[in-house]
Design a protein around this ligand. Sequence first.
Ligand code: SIN
Length: 278
Amino acid sequence: MTLHCEKLSSHMAAAVDGIDLNRPADPETQSELLKTLHDNLVLCIRGQTLAPVAFRDAMARFGTPMRRVQLAQTPECADVNIISSEDRDVQGDGKRLVNGASWHTDDSFMREPCSLTMLYGVVVPSTGGDTQFINMYAAYEALPAETRARIDDMKVLHKYKSSRTNRVAVLSPEEMANMPAATHPLVRTHPETGRKALYLNPNRMEEIVGLPRAESDQLIDELVAHAIQPQFQYRHTWRQGDIVIWDNRCTMHKANADYPDGERRLMHRVIVAGTKPF
Ligand code: SIN
């Protein structure tokens, strides 16, 4: 199978076409897809038409799917979540709920956060609704040497509901009490590429272990402000049938709800298991 690969920006993200994931990719093609993802951090596979089970099965070739019960699941396949313009904030004002509207990496409150997230654009709006990404290798590498030396061995406590944010928790107090917390390195080494990346999640980081709270808050704020600079970003404009796979171990991302009222945006989402960050 011959894949055509196009770089989507100078520093991250690539798109491939010429593949139909309804049929399992041969081993060479599958390893080429994985290598393209590792080299580019974000991989877009164009032109797919996949029912939920076929989507889950295709993504299972990249890792073991993990079930997320906090998001709506497709009736056909519980491993596939739904992110939709129809989502409503039932605990708040009933307006459109935008999942992932601020910079984050997925599930860092878990001891073994998911490695990859796959989003499939089933219905995309005519304009807007882009997903933005940050290259966290590049953000790390651009830090001054003395900052890298200072933070290289630091650890951060991540919680489902960080006291640093005023985000409204979508879970009940009982569900929250059962949510894990985790301590992760501030700089993690990617287990496949061996490269170091800043591991930040503004939604979940509570504090840097061992620092006075004010110093911890200041350092987190400075590192986040550094990482979200435009030169580290890529903005994905969706085409219907795109599957976008991102590597949570070296990226952050955020959704945009800036598409016209009345237009639909329907995404199917799968995550696959990761390992304990180191
Ligand atoms: C997410 O954060 O997983 C959702 C991203 C999007 O809908 O663009």
